[in-house]
Design a protein around this ligand. Sequence first.
Ligand code: CU
Length: 237
Amino acid sequence: MIAAVLLAAAMATSDGQTTDAMDAGHGHMHHMSSPTHQVESHQMEPSHHHHAHQMNADGMVMNANDSVLPRDCQEISEDVSFEIMAGTEFAHGPGDTFGMSQHNLEAQPCSRITVTFMNHDDIRHQWMVHGLPRYLYPGGMFHLEANGGAAITGTFIVPSDRKTYLVHCDMSQHMEKGMKAQLKVGGGDGDLWSIPGISENYIHANDSGLTIGQALGAALLAFVVVLVVPRWRRKGP
Ligand SMILES: [Cu+2]
């Protein structure tokens, strides 16, 4: 009973981020998109999204944006670059198979972020960030995919709010096996669950993109509903 209330409360307090995490499935549909599909998606997007999909022998960049400012930004605050290596050699914890060289990234609000993603494995890996504004990034997502042994670079611009973005590899089971990271903009709004090296001691089952603060808030709310409210009512008339 308590568990059910807690789950419901958690869903209620975290609407935005839960929805973003679910977009991971939607992203899958684009992975295998053919050149004809790319033409279709270009037609549906504003003209400044001409390079939304870039594909070459090394992999793919999706929803790249190095020039259009989010609505809440007057200008680009800074240019920041990350070189992120991925593969089995970066597995962090005993339960992890894969990992990345950086699981925690920090950037200023309204910064332009260039990520070079280097895949040290033979299989494909992805660096996918969720929760970006949908009017600029279809599905709220920016996404790099590097083929085995390849490196790929892409750029995106983050909005001004303090927020922690979920970053992960969307290949089946890769996030659960260690390919989960976070991007904190403006200091972020908390740590996500089970980020290797950051919050790995917390429950591994919760990969919904909830921050620890949101989950604790939900637990407190559940406590109030289950324990405090009935007592208060008993004292009433
Ligand atoms: Cu992967």
